[in-house]
Design a protein around this ligand. Sequence first.
Ligand SMILES: [Zn+2]
Length: 180
Amino acid sequence: MSAPDPPARGRAPRTHTASRLKSLLAADPGLSIAQAAERLGISRSWAHEVLTDHDGNDSRQRKLRNRPACSSCGRSTGALDGRCSLCAAEQRHKDQKAHAATRLIAWREEHGWVPTSTDLNATHARKAGGDALRRQQAAGVNAEAVRRAFGGTYRDAIEAIFGAGVQPGDGRHPPQRTFR
Ligand SMILES: [Zn+2]
């Protein structure tokens, strides 16, 4: 047997309490649950609860049921900050898309062309130095993040943001060659 768990703040973990109760009861078949509980200094109702629900599953289920409904889809499971975990993940994804789109649009407004994946590539920008490096460092997003947010190729993301037919590098004079 390993050393007993250090006393937790408040209640001992229910699995720990359950196993101590069970060994007390096993050691003395004449002992009632109430008596075993008394020896451990816990209430009888808590002793019953840990013995019948020693992994906390039922009480977890109760807590889940009592959580407020998701503000987005109305499901009650896993609500955090008003949204369930699925809706929260969806929102994060939307935020990432919105962020990428905002940064790319800002780039075009500032520099006059649709950024290429090369423009947003840190390694390339470091090699190029000068304005290319300053632009890339100020971009606030990289090509990989754009691809991830939109779930396709960089080119697909550009069309999704700027409209069908718009291509990376559009508006740039002279056109930049990418990834030679
Ligand atoms: Zn939801």
